[in-house]
Ligand binder design. Structure first.
Ligand SMILES: [Mn+2]
Length: 203
C-alpha cells in the first residue's frame, strides 16, 4: 500500500510520578489542534506547531506545575516525539529532509530536519529574557531536544535575528512546523521507497 493512503497516525499515553500525558497525532491532517497542558504559552506554541505542520494534534497533560514547568514541557516533547516516530512507521515514501526560514516581525528562525533515525539537536537560539509569560525561556531547548531525541530526528534550530522572546519562541515553533511538514510529506517521485542509500531508516 502506498503511504498516500496509509493512516499515518499515532496515539500515546505516558504516565510518570511527574506527569500524565495523552497525545494523538495525524500527519496528514488539516491543522486541527486541541491542546491543554496547563501552561498557556506552551499551548499557544503547540497550536502553532500543529496548525502550520497541517497535523491534527491533541495533547492533554497533567503535570507537577506546582514545582515548575520543566517536567511537563520536557515530557510533552517526549510524547510528541514518540508520536512522530510511531506515525512515520518505516518512513517509506517520505521526503526525509525539510527546512524552513520563518520570520515573525523582527525575529527570524530557521529549522532544518533530517528524519534520519539519528537523534541530534543543534540549538542556537539566544533569549534576551528569562521568561515569556510564566514560562522559563530555557525550557524551549528542553522541549526541542526531547522531541528530536524521541522522534529519532536530526534537528537544527538557529535564530538569525530577534529580540522579543515571544516572537523568537513562536518563530522557532513555526519553523519546526513547516520543516516537519516538508520532511514528512510523501515524495511523489518516490512514494514507495525508503529515502536512504542504505535502504533503511532506523525506526
Ligand atoms: Mn503569539
Amino acid at each position: 500500500m502506498r503511504r498516500m493512503t496509509a493512516a499515518r497516525t499515532a496515539s500515546i499515553a505516558r504516565q510518570t510520578a511527574e506527569t500524565d500525558i495523552r497525545a494523538t497525532l495525524a500527519l496528514d491532517g488539516t491543522g486541527k489542534v486541541q491542546v491543554a497542558t496547563g501552561i498557556g504559552f506552551l499551548d499557544h506554541m503547540l497550536t502553532a506547531l500543529g496548525r502550520h505542520a497541517l497535523f491534527d494534534l491533541a495533547v492533554e497533560a497533567k503535570g507537577d506545575l506546582h514545582i515548575d514547568f520543566h517536567h511537563t514541557t520536557e515530557d510533552v516533547g517526549i510524547v510528541l516525539g514518540q508520536c512522530l516516530r510511531q506515525a512515520l512507521g518505516d518512513k517509506r515514501g517520505i521526503r526525509r529532509y525539510g527546512q524552513a526560514l520563518i520570520p515573525m516581525d523582527e525575529a527570524l528562525a530557521e529549522a532544518a530536519i533530517d528524519i534520519s533515525g539519528r537523534p541530534f539537536l543543534g540549538w542556537s537560539v539566544p533569549f534576551a529574557r528569562d521568561k515569556v509569560g510564566e514560562m522559563d525561556t530555557e525550557l524551549f531547548e528542553e522541549f526541542f531536544r526531547a522531541f528530536a531525541f524521541n522522534a529519532g530526528i536530526t534537528l537544527h534550530v538557529t535564530l538569525k535575528a530577534g529580540t522579543n522572546a515571544h516572537h523568537v519562541a513562536e518563530a522557532c515553533f513555526k519553523a519546526l512546523a513547516r520543516a516537519l511538514r516538508m520532511a514528512v510529506e510523501t515524495d511523489p517521485r518516490a512514494p514507495d521507497s525508503v529515502p536512504s542509500t542504505k535502504g533503511v531508516l532506523e525506526a
